[in-house]
Ligand binder design. Structure first.
Ligand code: PBG
Length: 311
């Protein structure tokens, strides 16, 4: 009877698996702080994507780790950049079965690790960054991305990306906007995953949101929708369930939540110590994110969840 009356159900199709692809490696590299997650080679990335497609996972989102970084992150839009190559591989191999998304940012590609281009004083220059994002969006769409997901929290990024895509004929490439992305301590393991260290002990508080603010998230979400976002995201997830619920109540576009690296790592670490039951807590957390109002969940548990359902 509990099954009959359950208000919230999870389905693999609602999940997005984040995947990392690294240039210049012959074997997948484990990520110490994200047990079970690896930096892929181009070919292991395709194998993993096929496995996820077989399991019925809804989408994948790709992050690249280039072998060379520079001040503007040019490998993020170079036609032969690692992510562009990977997107082409994935679109061909699984593009009819899973949605192929690309994270759109420069932090993995810049030597300073910021999500934008720096001005002469070392601060992120919002508008100079927008021009680079426009180029990245077009390069990703051309390579095969069906959805681009700008994660840099620059003001005006969605509008500029929509215009750039449309101008190049990519009118049906969708935008999943990281709209309410908080300057969180929970991205720690991700920085290891993409080999990013922010220069001079810096942080992202200048462009990501202050976790004391919830109403501000709605301003960001409304702005992104007005600029053409097809889907909006709240990130991280568990410490921001109130924000997910508020966004869900406010808008009619699909709402995504990113269950981030630190949220995954905390479960893995506590379970490894025998302090919590891994499967129970993972399911409880993912369900809570859905119950709060997320239609789509980006999580490193995507494969695990789909395997649970399949078994
Ligand atoms: C930026 C980006 C980050 C994450 C996704 N996209 C890092 C950041 O903003 O510092 C974090 C994801 C995670 O922690 O799982 N390209």
């Amino acid at each position: 009877m509990r099954e009959l009356v359950a208000e919230t159900r999870l389905h693999p199709r609602s999940f997005v698996a984040p995947l990392f692809v690294r240039e210049g490696i012959d074997e997948p590299h484990p990520i110490t702080s994200l047990p079970g997650v690896v930096q892929h080679t181009r070919s292991s990335l395709v194998s993993e994507a096929k496995h996820l497609a077989d399991l019925g996972v809804g989408a994948i989102i790709v992050f690249g780790i280039p072998s060379t970084k520079d001040s503007i992150g040019s490998q993020a839009f170079h036609p032969e950049g690692i992510v562009q190559q990977a997107l082409t591989d994935l679109a061909g191999a699984v593009g009819e079965r899973v949605v192929v998304m690309a994270d759109l940012c420069v932090d993995e590609y810049t030597e300073h690790g910021h999500c934008g281009i720096l001005d002469g004083r070392g601060s992120v220059d919002n508008d100079a960054t927008l021009a680079v994002y426009a180029k990245i969006a077009v390069a990703q769409a051309r390579a095969g991305a069906q959805v681009v997901a700008p994660s840099g929290m620059m003001d005006g990024q969605v509008g500029v990306i929509r215009a750039a895509l449309d101008a190049e004929g990519f009118t049906s490439t969708a935008i999943l906007a990281y709209s309410a992305k908080y300057a969180s301590g929970l991205y720690g393991p991700f920085r290891e995953a993409v080999d990013v260290e922010i220069a001079d002990g810096g942080n992202r508080k200048g462009y990501q949101q202050d976790w004391r603010n919830a109403r501000e998230a709605l301003i960001e979400v409304r702005a992104d929708i007005a600029q053409g976002a097809d889907m909006v995201m709240v990130k991280p997830a568990l410490a921001y369930l109130d924000v997910i619920a508020a966004v869900r109540a406010e808008v009619d576009v699909p709402v995504a939540a990113y269950h981030v690296s630190g949220e995954y790592a905390m479960i893995k670490a506590a379970a490894a110590n025998g302090w919590i039951d891994h499967d129970v807590v993972a399911m409880e957390h993912l369900t809570a994110i859905k119950r709060a109002g997320a239609d789509i969940i980006l999580t490193y548990f995507a494969r695990w969840f789909a395997e649970q359902v399949a078994s």
